[in-house]
Every structure is written in C-alpha cells, then in structure tokens.
Ligand binder design. Structure first.
Ligand code: GAR
Length: 211
C-alpha cells in the first residue's frame, strides 16, 4: 500500500512541486492524497490542481482562534488518514494537539540552518548577523516552533554583496533538492530516530553542500 501523504502549503508551492515531481520520477511508494492550504489564494493550489492533485482550503481567517483552526485542520487531515504530513511553506504555527497526532510523521522545511534563525525573516536576520553560510533544514516537527529532530540540512554560501532576495533564492534552490530527499527517505523507511537524533539507515549523507 502506498503511503498517504498530505502536503500543507500557504503560498507559491515551489517545494510542493519539487516534492511531487521527485515522487513521480522516482516512483515513491507514496501518493499525495491532499494539498491543503490555509490561504484560499495560494498559488500552490493552482499548481496542484493543474497537476491532478486533490486540494482543500482550511482558511485560518474563518476561525475565531488558533485552537479552532487547529481542530478544523486536524479534522481535514484525519479525513484522509495520512501516513505522513509535510509542511512545505506552511506559515501557521500548529498547536500541540495537531503536532502530537502526527509525531514522527510530521515533516517541516525551514529556510535556515536550525537551530539558528527560527521563525520569520530568516534571510534578513542571517545577513544582519553576518554569518558566512546559510541554508535550509528538514526536520520532524515537535511542539516547539522550528525545533525537532533534523533529517537533513543543505548549506549554501552567503556572498559578500548578498541581498535578502538573492540569498532566499539560493537557499530555495537547495530546498528543492533537500525536501524531496528527506521525505523520500522517510517514505521508504530509510530513517531511524533514536534519542532525538535522525540517522539514515544506510549512511547516506544528511548534509548537502551547494555553491
Ligand atoms: C520556503 O522557503 C520554505 O522554506 C519557507 O517558506 C517558503 C515557501 O516557498 N517556510 C517557512 O518559512 C516555514 N517556517 P514555496 O511555497 O515556494 O515552497
């Protein structure tokens, strides 16, 4: 039985596209059963529809508070009985109930080398801090925002005259390789989690370096 994947998005959906393309090209034992967005206008929804994927909207603005939104999102997800839930540019903080329901099978991509630069405006803050490398992290989600066992990290150089936009674009290109790699490992059962540390069973490198 293929694993049932839900992808949660909020915007453009370029990571969703990278994921779906890899899954199809590599013949993953997985199918995307729903793409769910908290924003009705998310461009990623259009992409999903155009590529034959079922979509849904759970608009956070339609709910009185975060916990009501969380309940609605959880219900929408549970209706599909997912094996894996991937946050691919999903810009809402998820509550404990949601996170605990999918513990160990809830995967997020964040555009920084965690644990540095959790939260928003990661590239601006990286430039302000004067770091010389930046990147992205794919990790299992735990109730603490942008924390949780790291599956893979992609490292890109920060260039001397970088702008926030240029750095974001360089990191995004890395994300498009990193997310499919990490989720592919998960759905093929190639990862093991022990004492909060994720290891690839066959020793595949979990750090990618980009220039
Ligand atoms: C990506 O850079 C992703 O890492 C980031 O949003 C962007 C979504 O782009 N996610 C977060 O910041 C989550 N904290 P996309 O919609 O084109 O995939």
């Amino acid at each position: 039985m293929p694993q049932r994947l839900i992808v949660l998005i909020s915007g453009r959906g370029s990571n969703l596209a990278a994921l779906v393309q890899a899954a199809r090209e590599q013949g993953w034992p997985a199918e995307v059963v729903s793409v769910i967005s908290n924003r009705p206008q998310a461009a990623g929804l259009e992409w999903a529809r155009a590529h034959g994927l079922p979509t849904q909207v759970v608009d956070h603005q339609a709910y009185a508070d975060r916990s009501e939104f969380d309940d609605a999102l959880l219900q929408a997800c549970e209706a599909h009985q997912p094996d894996v839930v991937v946050l691919a540019g999903f810009m809402r903080v998820l509550g404990d109930t949601f996170v605990r329901c999918y513990e160990g099978r809830l995967i997020n991509i964040h555009p920084s080398l965690l644990p540095s630069f959790t939260g928003l405006h990661t590239h601006r803050r990286a430039l302000q801090a004067g770091v010389k490398v930046a990147g992205a992290t794919v990790h299992y989600v735990t109730p603490t925002l942008d924390h949780g066992p790291v599956i893979a990290q992609g490292v890109v150089p920060v260039q001397q005259d970088d702008t926030e936009e240029a750095l974001a674009e360089r990191v995004l290109q890395a994300e498009h390789q990193l997310l499919p790699l990490a989720v592919g490992w998960h759905v093929r059962g190639e990862l093991q989690l022990e004492a909060g540390v994720v290891r690839h069973r066959h020793g595949a490198p979990q750090a990618l370096f980009f220039h």
